[in-house]
Design a protein around this ligand. Structure first.
Ligand code: SF4
Length: 315
């Protein structure tokens, strides 16, 4: 994956923001003996994709990958194999095909716009939102994005103002959630917080997801600060992820034992609504399973869990 950094992020890096530099600057990694064979650890590319861009793993919801592009590229991206490739850019016809699939599967009541970044190609995202507004069975729309952190100034442009206006309209008629990927308190600059407040004013609920990244945020004090700041600003921390088992992400994957220790300590320190659920995205798209924390240390094997179907899975 090539390096892509917005002028806003570059300015922070130049000013000495180490957490931003770590996430976006390309650097040489030590060669490791290959361990993970599957380049598509979550089974998104074919197994669960009925129409280009759509991932239908769970009965009542779909993930809709509108593009493989983002304003900046995170070095530990779970879709590192695809990010930056124009092949993921859906055309209007492909969006229509996805909408038809959703329309003919009324059991799908939630659609998650993603990518890449769910609002990076903002024209297309707005077209998708207009399309979803016409499907009665869709009750919940979730937008996954890092745009507020990658490029807060974009939200001052005419196009993004149009998007915000559309979001205001949608939030009055359906449940609208914006899920922002935030990993470190140093990302929460004044500009970023202002954009998040602006999005919140549309009536959308704001949730966050955080990936545990080795040498970035695998530290209980850093995460406590992050989740406390979010919570105190009316933002609900939702997921704390274990980094996915992708070969190129190995330098970023923390020790499982250490992660459980961190998640356990966070549970002790944070009020309930400030505590995100710590999850492991199981191989082959078997779902995000919360591992037992150290409160449950002596309740059977700590290296196995059961997926949604009750099948025993080694993690
Ligand atoms: S914004 Fe999300 S999809 Fe884009 S590179 Fe970062 S983690 Fe990947």
């Amino acid at each position: 994956m090539k390096e892509k950094i917005t002028p806003y992020l570059q300015k922070l890096i130049d000013g000495g923001n180490a957490a931003i530099a770590f996430q976006f600057k390309k650097r040489k990694q030590k060669k490791l003996k290959p361990k993970f064979k599957n380049p598509d650890p979550l089974g998104e590319d074919e197994k669960y994709s009925p129409v280009k861009g759509l991932v239908h793993k769970f009965r009542n919801r779909v993930l809709w990958k509108l593009t493989y592009d983002c304003a900046a590229y995170c070095r530990f991206c779970t879709r590192i194999r695809q990010i930056g490739s124009p092949e993921g850019d859906l055309s209007y016809e492909e969006i229509d095909a996805g909408a038809e699939y959703i329309r003919t599967h009324p059991e799908i009541y939630e659609v998650i716009l993603s990518g890449g970044d769910g609002i990076y190609r903002v024209h297309y995202s707005m077209y998708v939102l207009d399309t979803l507004m016409k499907i009665d069975s869709v009750k919940v729309i979730r937008i996954g994005t890092r745009m507020p952190l990658h490029s807060p100034d974009s939200f001052k442009t005419k196009l993004f103002k149009e998007l915000l206006k559309k979001m205001r309209y949608i939030a009055k008629r359906k449940q609208l959630l914006v899920l922002i990927h935030i990993n470190h308190p140093e990302e929460l600059t004044k500009k970023v917080m202002n954009v998040i407040r602006t999005i919140k004013k549309t009536g959308a609920s704001i949730l966050t997801q955080t990936v545990l990244v080795k040498n970035l945020n695998d530290n209980v004090d850093i995460l406590e600060k992050l989740f406390t700041t979010l919570y105190q600003n009316g933002i609900r921390p939702y997921y704390l992820y274990r980094c996915d088992y992708e070969e190129d992400l190995r330098p970023y994957i923390c020790s499982y034992a250490e992660e459980k220790k961190i998640a356990t300590e966070l549970r002790r320190r944070l009020p309930g609504p400030a505590y995100p659920m710590y999850v492991v995205d199981l191989p082959e798209g078997r779902g995000k399973i919360p591992p037992p924390l150290n409160f449950w240390k002596n309740t059977g094997s700590s290296r196995a869990c059961f997926d949604f179907d009750g099948k025993k899975i080694k993690i």
